[in-house]
Design a protein. Sequence first.
Length: 230
Amino acid sequence: MLHEKIIRIDGGRVNVYLVLNGSNSILIDAGIKGKAQKILDIARASGCSPEDIAIIIVTHTHYDHCGSLAELKSKTGARILVHESEAPSLEQGYKVMPKGTLMYSRVLSSVGNRILPKKWTSYPPVKADMEIGDRHALENFGIEGEVLHTPGHTAGSLCFVFEREHVFVGDTAFHIRENSAFPPFADDIQSLLQSWKKLLDGNYAYFYPGHGTPFRRDVLEKTYRKYIKR
């Protein structure tokens, strides 16, 4: 299912994706702390030098997606793209855990935000180079793709659409349970469902989540139909 230009990398409890595009290659998210070297080693093995990574798209600013961001920016010189509403969190190096959507995740979120030391869920702060609003085309980077605002998991969550059919969704959708894309954490379920509707209306075929395995459109369709009725 993976496109020949897409490399999936284990960023430590989260997926990091590399889209190969010569000297304008793109990294989606940055994993937890301490994963920069691993990410760059895999990039090199795929024929992509650190200097070839031109942009790092931050799907949202939780620690598991931004832990190695500062180090990766330093080693690649890449420009950092984030939604304008999450740029302040990126500069602080911290964002609270989102609300739970299931019984067990509600407990985890509530307890985690109260008792987890902030140092566990913080990361080296980073200043964004590009702050976007609703959508942003990447034609200036010589790639057929655009970044979409898809709130729900967080208010500033982003998805990256590559070649009109591959979508990197961050935590806008999970695939840790078979035949379900529903995330265990999201700040606003109604906004999340509206974002899913936007993705389904785009007729995209393949989805690449931050957690779990890539999945096809039918999984998102089934999950959407299930939850839109509630």
